[in-house]
Each structure stands twice: as structure tokens, then as C-alpha cells.
Design a protein around this ligand. Structure first.
Ligand code: CO
Ligand code: ZN
Length: 332
């Protein structure tokens, strides 16, 4: 899986500009699905199987967009001002690099500050794409960029600028490939615009009209020096989400997921994420409501250029998802 993960994390695709990453995923999954379509929001929706006795229409969703920036203004000297796409903190920007969807690279730096002990605001940052003047600058207002950092393989620990959420896209692709027989009608959704408010999954959930939903995303950990208080660590298994700040998982589904993990002998962690949301909310609140939860990959340094996950957690997440979707769900 590692070489596909490298391809996924190194492909730029900020929210609203998912056209390239979508084609990467489409090419990978096309031989393994029964039906494939792209909806008006740009969601890639793959169906596998048809509903049989005891089965359900199940939507699995991993967002394929990532955080990034959008150009707002180019000054006379060719410096690009920008706004953020999703949750980008200035501390992760200065000295960093971006790649625009037209292939142009740039570096981010900051104006001189009168209060150097404070982080600058985004409006005090700019992107230098090497242009000598406005006329020489290849960036137009509205152009978008992702952060630019190569994939790093530390053995079990993998690092990249977009583990959120390409690692889950990789998990969903692998799950799709490994599912052999299922009574369920499975919809694998690679959703758009999650980082700006679950917009792709909101439309996809309405369109798919599922009876049960599972998001796949990253979650924070509490295992770094003086980090947040959270009972999730890298390497102790994928998490079964109980709650995040966007939704509360269906408790019957959580019990079923726990029972399945235990039956399969897979490590898992229960997740209560204090700050953060997922596509699970969009599925749960579509139409008249849908039982939903989320399988998460523990991830350090989320929304930084060096997000870190554990490869064994990734493998175990695939096994858990394959186990879950290959049999009937029992909610009680
Ligand atoms: Co995110
Ligand atoms: Zn995410």
C-alpha cells in the first residue's frame, strides 16, 4: 500500500480543486467496482454489490480534499496574497512551500513584525513564486494551492502533508479491493470540500440515500509531549468514533463495531475527539436521518505539513472495515 499512499499524499487537491486527485483514485478503483460516477459536487462515488437479504445500503465516505490556500491579490512586485482553504494556522506556513494546481511552486514568508513573539496573521503572509513583477507572475486571483512536502517513510510511522485525509482514501481503496462477498450494497464515496464544511458528503449522502453510514478520517492523539488530553495513541489500532464536535455516533453502531473488532481480534481504540468534524455528520443528518459513525486513523500534527500516522493502524483499519461491510449490520 505504501507506494499508492505516496502517490495519494503527494498529489495536490485543496477543497474545490479535487480534479487531479479524483482521477488518481478513479484509475485505481475502476477495475474493482460495479458502477462509478462523479456527481455535481465532484464526489467520486463507486458502488460495489447490490442489496441482498439481510443487507443494507451502506455509504462509506473518505474526503479526498486537503487544506490549502487561494490567491486573493498579486502585488506590483509579483508577491501573492492569499486566504486559507480549511484550517490552516500561520505557524505551519512560514518557510513552507505550496504547489498551485497549474504546477507553479512558491514559498510562504511573512512581513516584518512589530511583535515578533506573536504568530503573524494570515494577511501578513505572502507567497513568493519567483516572479519579478505582477506581469511576470503566473498566478491569478482564485488560483488554489496545496502544501508541498514529500512523503516520508519512517518504517511503521509515515509522514506527509495530507495524511488528512489521503490515508483514509488509501484505506477505503484497499477495503474496496479486499471485499469479496457482501449482502450489503456498498457505496464508496471519495468526497470533496470536507475541509470547508463537509460540503461534498452532504450532497453525496442525499444522492446515495444510505441506510447506514461510516466515515473514514484521521483523528488527533494524546501521545505527544504536553499534548492534548486524549485517550488515543499512534500504533494502538484504528479508532471507533463515539463523538466529535460535529456529531455523536449512533450508539448501536458503535457497539456493533466494537463487537466486530473483538470478534476479529483486531486492536481498536474508542475515540472522543474534542475538536474536529467528519463526513459522518453529513451522512447522519441527511434526509430523515441515518445511523452513522466513523473509523479513524490516529494522526499526530494534523493540519501541519508533517502529519504522522502508524502503518499498522492503517492495515488494521482496512481489516476492520472489510470485516464490518462483508456481513450484515445488527443494530440493537
Ligand atoms: Co482536516
Ligand atoms: Zn479530515
Amino acid at each position: 500500500m505504501k507506494s499508492f499512499i505516496k502517490t495519494l499524499v503527494e498529489t495536490p487537491g485543496p477543497s474545490g480543486s479535487e480534479q487531479v486527485i479524483r482521477e488518481v483514485i478513479r484509475a485505481e478503483i475502476a477495475p474493482f467496482v460495479d458502477e462509478l460516477k462523479v456527481d455535481a459536487l465532484g464526489n467520486l462515488i463507486a458502488r460495489k454489490g447490490l442489496k441482498q437479504a439481510g443487507g443494507m445500503k451502506v455509504m462509506l465516505s473518505a474526503h479526498m480534499d486537503e487544506i490549502g490556500v487561494m490567491a486573493t491579490h498579486i502585488d506590483d512586485n509579483g508577491f501573492v496574497r492569499f486566504i486559507t482553504i480549511g484550517g490552516v494556522h500561520p505557524r505551519t506556513c512560514i518557510g513552507g512551500r505550496v504547489i498551485f494546481m497549474n504546477g507553479i511552486h512558491g514559498v510562504i514568508y511573512a512581513e516584518k513584525s512589530d511583535t515578533p513573539e506573536k504568530y503573524p496573521a494570515i494577511e501578513n503572509l505572502y507567497i513568493d513564486v519567483g516572479a519579478k513583477s505582477k506581469a511576470d507572475c503566473a498566478i491569478r486571483v482564485g488560483d488554489t494551492a496545496g502544501f508541498d512536502r514529500p512523503f516520508l517513510d519512517l518504517g511503521d510511522r509515515l509522514v506527509a502533508k495530507s495524511m488528512d485525509n489521503r490515508i483514509s482514501a488509501a484505506v477505503l481503496v484497499e477495503t474496496l479491493k479486499q471485499v469479496k462477498q457482501t449482502p450489503n450494497e456498498l457505496y464508496f464515496v471519495f468526497s470533496t470540500q470536507e475541509e470547508v464544511g463537509l460540503r461534498g458528503a452532504t450532497a453525496a449522502a442525499f444522492g446515495v440515500d444510505p441506510e447506514l453510514g461510516l466515515a473514514v478520517d484521521v483523528t488527533a492523539t494524546g501521545d505527544t509531549p504536553k499534548g492534548i488530553k486524549m485517550e488515543v495513541s499512534l500504533g494502538k489500532g484504528p479508532t471507533i468514533k463515539v463523538r466529535d464536535s460535529s456529531f455523536i455516533s449512533d450508539p448501536r453502531l458503535v457497539r456493533w463495531m466494537v463487537a466486530t473488532a473483538e470478534k476479529l481480534g483486531l486492536p481498536y481504540q474508542l475515540e472522543v475527539l474534542e475538536a474536529g468534524g467528519t463526513d459522518g455528520r453529513a451522512i447522519q443528518l441527511t434526509r430523515a436521518g441515518v445511523p452513522a459513525s466513523c473509523v479513524s486513523i490516529p494522526c499526530r500534527y494534523i493540519h501541519s505539513p508533517s502529519e504522522m500516522v502508524d502503518y499498522q493502524d492503517v492495515i488494521h483499519a482496512v481489516h476492520l472495515l472489510v470485516g464490518l461491510v462483508s456481513q450484515p449490520f445488527h443494530l440493537e
